[in-house]
Design a protein around this ligand. Sequence first.
Ligand SMILES: Nc1ncnc2c1ncn2[C@@H]1O[C@H](COP(=O)(O)OP(=O)(O)OP(=O)(O)O)[C@@H](O)[C@H]1O
Ligand SMILES: [Mg+2]
Length: 234
Amino acid sequence: MICKLKGIYKRFDDLVVLNKLDLDINKEEIICIVGPSGCGKSTLLNIISGLIKPDKGDIVGDLDSVGYVFQEDRLLPFKTVYENIAVVGKEKNHKKIMDLIHDVGLKGFEDSYPNKLSGGMRQRCSIARAFYFNCEILLMDEPFKSLDYNLKVNMIDYLIKLWDESKNSIVFITHNIDEALLLGNRIVVLSNRPTSILKIFDVDIHQSQRSLTDKYLTYLRNQMIDLLSNEKGE
Ligand SMILES: Nc1ncnc2c1ncn2[C@@H]1O[C@H](COP(=O)(O)OP(=O)(O)OP(=O)(O)O)[C@@H](O)[C@H]1O
Ligand SMILES: [Mg+2]
C-alpha cells in the first residue's frame, strides 16, 4: 500500500463535500474514480496531493513525489512546450523530453507557447510534463477530457504502456465509464454530496487484454450506470 485515506471529511463553509471517505491506494495500481459533477473528486485529489488539508481524517503513508495533471492544464504561459515539460525535471534529459513530445503528438510544436495551442494540445503537454516527472503516485484529473476519440484511444494505450514500465500508482478521475473500464485495476464510484464511496469494482484483467465488448466489462458498465443514474450532479 502506498497510502491510506482514513475518514476523510471536508467541507467548504456549510457545504459538506467529502463525508468520511476511506480508501487504500495500493502500489502499482491504477484507481479510477467516477462520480457526479461537483461531488468532490478534484477536492479529493487536492487532499491526496497535500494541496489542501481535510477537516477531519488522516492520510497515512509518506508520499515523497506526487505528479499531478490538473483538471485545467496549468501550463506556464511564458514557457514553450519543451520548457513547460523540462521545468519539472531535476536534470534535463533532452531525449526523454523529445520522445514524450513525440508520443503525445506534439512534434513540431516544441517551441510553441501555450497560447498558440488548442485546448487538447495544452492538455497533452501537461500530460507529457506529468510523465516526465518521476513520481511515486500520479494524480490525473480528467486528463483526456478535451481529446478527440482517436487521440483518447492513443493516450489510453500510451498511459498503459508507461504504467507497465514504471508501475507507479495512478489515481485517475474521469466522467467516462469506458475510460475507467479500460484503465482501472479498481474503479471507485462516488455518491453525490455529502460524498461517500458507493462501491469499488475490481477489474482483474490486465489492461492490455481488455476490450469494451468483453462480457465482464459490459456487466460492470451496466452496474456503474445503474449506480450513477441515482446520483444527480450539479
Ligand atoms: N475552494 C473552494 N471553496 C468553496 N467551495 C469549493 C472550493 N473547491 C470546491 N468547492 C465546492 O466543492 C464541491 C466539490 O468541488 P470539486 O471541484 O471537488 O468537484 P468535482 O467532483 O471535481 O466536480 P467536476 O466533476 O465538475 O470536476 C463543489 O460544490 C464546489 O463548488
Ligand atoms: Mg473536478
